[in-house]
Design a protein around this ligand. Structure first.
Ligand code: DHB
Ligand code: FE
Length: 286
């Protein structure tokens, strides 16, 4: 059966792609951010996941404001990137796993999540930047199932709904018959606002609260309505919905293994978190 090894939450700021292309890892501006991935590289090398479910928001590459699903699940053999602007090079494609995708889709719909299923889907910086950060080498060792959450056009799903979506995905992963080691990722955030009067807004205190609660009591975060969350985290800080879904998918006992938080990367409070998922059966046996 498939097993969930843990979760990673990471920022997906596009200019990271340009910094990678320009090899700016040791530049004083970038070092405090990139060095936060040293732990991630060691952990991934030890855990060796085969598959990755990645919750992210599309920023207009595949979906636009005319048709924007609240939740969409990819079921393609491959996910391509295209030129998004931002000065970042076009990423290589990411391999998909259609059989695993269809299992998740079947289980989610049976669980009354009315998702959009996508047999073709472009993925933007919210998928490709985290891939490049987690596996900086030539080869990406996982096949992915991308799950898009609308964080762009209102009305957005609530924090509670995204936590519930993640929980359903977690149950679906664990009912998959293949022996896969599965990593769950949530991208975006933390606090940031890219436009309007509050452009550049960052809220360190609230970011810390969100990361703390996410580990041990994610339900506590569901008390924030979307409007209130945006007031506290900025208009794009609401990308944290992807982190909520990631946390929901961790079905076991969860512990934080690593956290890096650095302000700012571009306009964003950049955060990287690694969460371990210890299956409950393993805990009982111990
Ligand atoms: C930035 C952050 C994002 O999450 C994004 O999607 C685009 C830009 C930024 O801080 O520049
Ligand atoms: Fe974003």
């Amino acid at each position: 059966m498939a097993r969930i090894i843990g979760g990673i939450g990471t920022t997906h700021v596009p200019s990271i792609g340009k910094a990678i292309a320009d090899k700016k890892h040791d530049d004083p501006y970038w070092k405090p951010f990139f060095s936060g991935f040293d732990y991630v590289h060691g952990w991934l090398a030890r855990e060796r996941p085969d598959a990755m479910v990645i919750f992210y928001n599309d920023h207009g590459l595949n979906f636009f404001l005319d048709k924007l699903p609240t939740f969409a699940v990819g079921a393609a053999p491959e996910y391509r990137n295209e030129d998004e602007g931002w000065g970042i090079p076009v990423s290589r494609a990411v391999a998909g796993d259609p059989d695993f995708s269809w299992h998740l889709i079947d289980t989610l719909v049976a669980d009354e999540f009315d998702i959009t299923m996508c047999q073709e889907m472009l993925v933007d910086h919210a998928v490709t930047i985290p891939m490049a950060l987690m596996w900086p080498g030539e080869r990406w060792p996982v096949k992915i199932v991308p799950i898009e959450i609308n964080t762009v056009q209102h009305p957005l799903p609530s924090l509670g709904r995204c936590l519930a979506l993640g929980r359903s995905v977690g149950r679906a992963i664990e009912s998959y018959a293949r022996d896969l080691k599965v990593l769950v990722v949530g991208t975006g955030g933390l606090s940031h606002q890219l436009d309007g009067e509050r452009a550049g807004f960052i809220n360190k205190e609230f970011d810390q609260l969100c990361m703390d609660r996410l580990v041990a009591e994610p339900e506590a975060l569901t008390r924030y309505a979307i409007r209130e969350f945006i007031e506290l985290a900025g208009a794009q800080g609401v990308e944290f919905l992807n982190w909520m879904a990631m946390r929901g998918a961790l079905t076991g006992s969860v512990a934080q293994l690593h956290r890096n938080y650095h302000i700012p990367i571009s306009n964003t409070a950049a955060a990287t978190v690694v969460l371990e998922n210890r299956p409950r059966a393993e805990l009982r046996a111990a």
